[in-house]
Design a protein around this ligand. Structure first.
Ligand SMILES: Nc1ncnc2c1ncn2[C@@H]1O[C@H](COP(=O)(O)OP(=O)(O)OP(=O)(O)O)[C@@H](O)[C@H]1O
Ligand SMILES: [Mg+2]
Length: 268
């Protein structure tokens, strides 16, 4: 069911880093709520910057962006209460021998007032979230011992277990194999369908998720395309962003994007 307040609404947004780098300019778009949406674009196209801006972690140089009607500059505290965020590079200290369960429970406990004890419900929710990404067997394993892909799955479980009406994941599929990607994507898709939660997923590869997402925002430091995956998977838009070698391939009624990232034009 669509509500009148958009999930994201940017108006003439520009973001400049202190070194003068203009990461985003002339960004105007609207995404309706609720949505499972993807933000795509090549490296350096401003995807993470956009996320950090709407979470209020970076201030715009110009314009504004709102999350569920709340201005990211003025209401960042409220926005962060509503959002569960999985950053691109999580700064979990790997020298501390935290167990998988501690990591996932952290997602629930951090939003509580101290003293922070895990209730039976917290433990149940954490276990269910790990089950969703097929990691429950690792409940008692030290997190630093896990492979990169397993860690990603645990971090997604932590986000699923925590509370908030918007889930924001920056490149959750990075460093994962196809099996882990499928597990993560299916778990997110299920979660979006079964709960009243919007999901914003940053990815440089739309192919693993394009059958699940409703809206896609294609960035190259400004908005190049916006709409349903099939609309954005357009040869003209894709070559604008990924260069002349990018191709759209149609298969079983879906459009897939082939870029140098995905292997096309590799002769090695
Ligand atoms: N802290 C920073 N200081 C200066 N410039 C930055 C900073 N962070 C990012 N940038 C620049 O802003 C631009 C956008 O970066 P951003 O990290 O948002 O891209 P991205 O689309 O998330 O890329 P990736 O796919 O590599 O994660 C890049 O040119 C980058 O060099
Ligand atoms: Mg990024």
């Amino acid at each position: 069911m669509s509500t009148t307040v958009p999930l994201l609404e940017a108006q003439d947004l520009a973001v400049r880093y202190p070194n003068g780098e203009i990461a985003l300019h002339d960004v105007t778009f609207q995404i309706n709520s609720p949505s499972f949406m993807a933000i795509i674009g090549p490296n350096g196209s401003g995807k993470s910057t956009l996320v950090k801006t709407f979470l209020g972690l970076i201030k715009p140089f110009k314009g504004s962006i709102k999350v569920n009607g709340l201005d990211a500059t003025k209401k960042s505290g409220k926005i962060r209460k509503m959002v569960r965020y999985v950053p691109q590079r999580d700064r979990i200290e790997l020298s501390v021998p935290m167990k998988v369960k501690d990591i996932v429970l952290m997602g629930r406990l951090l939003k509580k007032m101290p003293p922070r004890f895990a209730s039976v419900k917290d433990v149940e929710t954490a276990k269910e979230a790990l089950r969703q990404v097929d990691m429950l067997d690792l409940w008692d394993r030290p997190f630093p011992e896990l492979s990169g892909g397993q860690r990603q799955r645990v971090l997604v479980a932590r986000a699923l277990a925590s509370e908030g009406s918007i889930l924001v994941l920056d490149e959750p599929l990075a460093g994962t194999d196809v099996e882990s990607q499928d597990l993560i994507v299916e778990a997110l898709g299920r979660y979006h369908k079964e709960n009243d939660v919007s999901i914003v997923m940053v990815t440089h590869d739309l192919n693993p998720i394009h059958t699940l997402v409703q809206d896609v925002l294609l960035l190259k430091n400004t908005v190049v395309g916006i709409g349903e995956p099939c609309t954005v998977m357009d040869p003209e838009l894709i070559t604008k962003v990924y260069g002349p070698t990018a191709r759209i391939v149609e298969h079983s009624g879906h459009r897939y994007c082939m870029t140098r990232d995905s292997g096309i034009d590799r002769h090695d």
